[in-house]
Write a protein that binds this ligand. Structure first.
Ligand code: SF4
Length: 679
């Protein structure tokens, strides 16, 4: 049986997969992200491709219908809302599960033809703070290094990242590198002890949101120890004195770490030239996430440890195509191809290229604000594409109520029953992994193909095609006359050529004559390229900026809830929930509780704990473990209302966001906890 060369649809590592129609799944030995490795989720992909629960035909108000009826209705409702209330009255909420071609078409329709920027994505929950931090420091959204840097580093600092569970193959690559080079040092900075900690030489059990105080302390230590690279900063970096001054004002006691722990970490970082700092949701998902990112970037810029082999900051993306989405502007504050929405010249380039009747002139609503606009009646028509915001957003009961208030809601999904689909007027069946064709970009800027190896079930269609058909019905048929994903990819590359006179990091010229069908995994701007090796950044003066960041004043509630993910589940379990093997890992909703707190609460292993905030309540099984510090709780977010009647975790989390990125603070929510039922 022949196997199809494709890409895993789960995390941002972007592993190559060889897949067969009988469910055979193998790691692709030739893919440069994984070299044949797969994690538990990737290896179980063959167990998740059955048709149980699939949405097979369009539905209007719960009844099966044909595509023409459904698409006519969607186009008519969106057009009517725009005509009566203006373009700001409609919104798309998309997903890092979408392929780049899907994202490109959705972004083009909203920003160039509807004329608003109300398209945001669940990637807002994933890496928006890194995007904002990159743009502040580098002048564009650039991941400087490559996966090879992680293997070449002498010191890896993992901040707010349970790589072992959330990016397992990258973790495996680092573990193998450490095995080969035992001198490699790994420091894990996390309020919680995780599976990743097992690989680390040192675990710094930092206070929640103590990261700015820590990296500001490190910056001051580096300067005092003579480690400032005056040549590099003098030639290539602005804002140095201001950032150092702000760093000195921080109090490292706010980290919750001992002076001995701090000094050992600072000394190790200062003495190691080849240091890579990896960070993900523990940094990004915070009300000060962007400042945390810049506190990290400041240390690399101050020492010139960026753009070199084995040295640099490295933001890993959560979703399989979070990176591709940001490349084509699938966020409410971006244009396409790393062009700036607030720059009139950039807008003109895009509008001319699209030959569009309009172009949005101001940022749209970011995820949390978008659903608040649903609640307050601004949004009259909403299209949710391949995601489940009624479960995944903070204060999710309010989000569900907000969606229910919107006059017209359409969802495109592979599954029929989801918490969000239950609130929609129209359901459109989309093709899923293994059934659709397109590209994704992983955390190291590598574009790989997802390829279909299964027939589309029922009358399901790819998202780009559904969006294009609605666009045509809204009067834009010529601009959306795509016949296949390759046409869209070619247009995306051509837009890059049209904008080539504008200084940006994104450079797709390597794909200009690409054989789309046979596309091999390739990085932009070219394979193995590291940015900033020449000290050239993308602010108008060509320099980077260190940003003065101030550590937040931390409150000390009785309990802080940290949320996250399990090793064997993906988001709201749409696919991974189908595999008994994956479900057996951690079978029911739980909360990690420190043993001292458990004693205080009178909780035994397996007791039901009521975790409550001013937003809502959930009941969770107590998992008593010293992995969490006293006063902290941890709960995974996977279980939906359809899988538990005891309240979902995001009913409890607060809709607080970072002021620069709009990313929700899902890692530190003030809650109460009490025993609901002893075991
Ligand atoms: Fe898929 Fe990520 Fe696992 Fe690779 S590490 S197989 S991309 S889930």
């Amino acid at each position: 049986m022949s196997l199809t060369r494709t890409t895993c649809p789960y995390c941002g590592v972007g592993c190559g997969v060889l897949a067969g129609v009988d469910g055979t799944i193998k790691g692709d030995p030739d893919h440069p992200a994984n070299f044949g490795r797969l994690c538990s989720k990737g290896a179980a992909l063959g167990e998740t491709i059955d048709l149980e629960g699939r949405l097979l035909h369009p539905k209007v108000n719960g009844a099966d219908t044909d595509w023409d009826t459904a698409l006519d209705l969607v186009a008519q409702k969106f057009s009517a809302a725009i005509a009566e209330h203006g373009p700001e009255s409609v919104a798309f909420y998309a997903s890092g599960q979408l392929l780049t071609e899907d994202y490109y078409v959705a972004n083009k329709l909203m920003k160039g033809f509807i004329g608003a920027a109300n398209i945001d994505t669940n990637s807002r929950l994933c890496m928006a703070s890194s995007v904002a931090g990159h743009k502040r420091a580098f002048g564009t959204d650039t991941v400087p290094g490559t996966y090879a840097d992680l293997e070449q580093a002498d010191l890896i600092v993992l901040v707010g990242s349970n790589l072992a569970w959330c990016h397992p193959v990258l973790y495996q690559r680092i573990a193998a590198a450490k095995d080969a080079r035992p001198d490699m040092r790994i420091v894990n900075i996390d309020p919680r002890r995780t599976a990743t900690t097992d690989l680390a030489d040192t675990h710094l059990q930092i206070a929640p949101d103590g990261d700015i105080a820590l990296f500001n302390g490190l910056l001051a230590h580096l300067v005092d120890g003579g480690k400032l690279d005056a040549t590099f900063t003098g030639n290539h970096v602005n804002g140095v004195a201001e950032a150092i001054s702000a760093a000195r004002a921080s109090n490292t006691a706010d980290t919750g770490l001992t002076p001995h722990e701090l000094n050992a970490f600072f000394t190790l970082w200062a003495q190691t030239e080849k240091v890579v700092t990896i960070y993900s949701q523990g940094v990004n998902q915070s009300s000060c996430g962007t400042d945390k990112v810049n506190a990290i970037l400041n240390c690399h810029l101050a020492t010139g440890r960026i753009g070199r082999a084995g040295a640099g900051p490295f933001s890993v993306t959560g979703q399989p195509n979070a990176m591709g989405g940001r490349e084509v502007g699938g966020l409410a504050n971006m244009l396409a191809n790393h062009l700036e929405l607030d720059n009139a010249d950039h807008r003109q380039v895009v509008q001319d290229f699209w030959d569009s009747p309009t172009i949005c002139t101001k940022p749209g609503l970011k995820a949390v604000d978008l659903f608040e606009a649903c609640a307050n009646g601004q949004i009259k028509a909403l299209w949710v594409i391949s995601t489940n915001p009624a479960v995944s957003l903070p204060d999710s009961d309010r989000v569900a109520a907000a969606i229910a208030k919107v006059q017209f809601v359409v969802t495109s999904d592979i599954m029929e029953k989801t918490d969000t689909n239950d609130l929609a007027h129209v359901l459109l069946p989309a093709t899923g992994w293994g059934e659709k064709d397109g590209t994704v970009t992983n955390s190291e800027r590598r574009i790989s193909r997802q390829r279909a190896f299964l027939p589309a079930p029922g009358s399901a269609r790819p998202d780009w095609e559904i969006l294009s058909d609605v666009a045509a019905r809204m009067g834009f048929s010529e601009a959306f006359d795509y016949q296949k994903p390759a046409d869209i990819f070619a247009e995306y590359v051509a837009l890059d050529t049209a904008a080539s006179h504008i200084a940006r990091d994104l450079d797709l010229s390597i794909f200009a004559d690409a054989d789309y069908a046979g596309l091999i995994p390739t990085q932009w701007p070219r394979n193995d390229h590291r940015f900033f090796v020449d000290g050239r950044f993308y602010h108008p003066d060509g320099k980077a900026r260190m940003i003065a960041v101030t550590a937040p004043i931390l409150s000390k509630p009785r309990f802080t809830l940290n949320t996250g993910r399990n090793r064997d589940q993906w988001h709201t379990m749409t696919r991974t929930g189908k595999s008994p093997r994956l479900g057996a890992h951690l079978a029911e909703p739980y909360v990690e509780v420190n043993p001292v707190d458990a004693t205080d609460l009178g909780a035994a292993p397996g007791s039901l704990i009521a975790v409550e905030s001013i937003y809502g309540r959930t009941l969770l099984r107590a998992l008593i473990t010293p992995r969490v510090a006293q006063g902290q709780l941890f709960a995974p977010m996977h279980w939906t209302r359809q899988r538990t009647t005891a309240g979902i975790v995001n009913s409890v989390t607060a809709p607080l966001t970072d002021p620069f990125s709009g990313q929700p603070a899902l890692k530190s929510c003030t809650v109460t906890a009490q025993v609901y039922r002893a075991k």
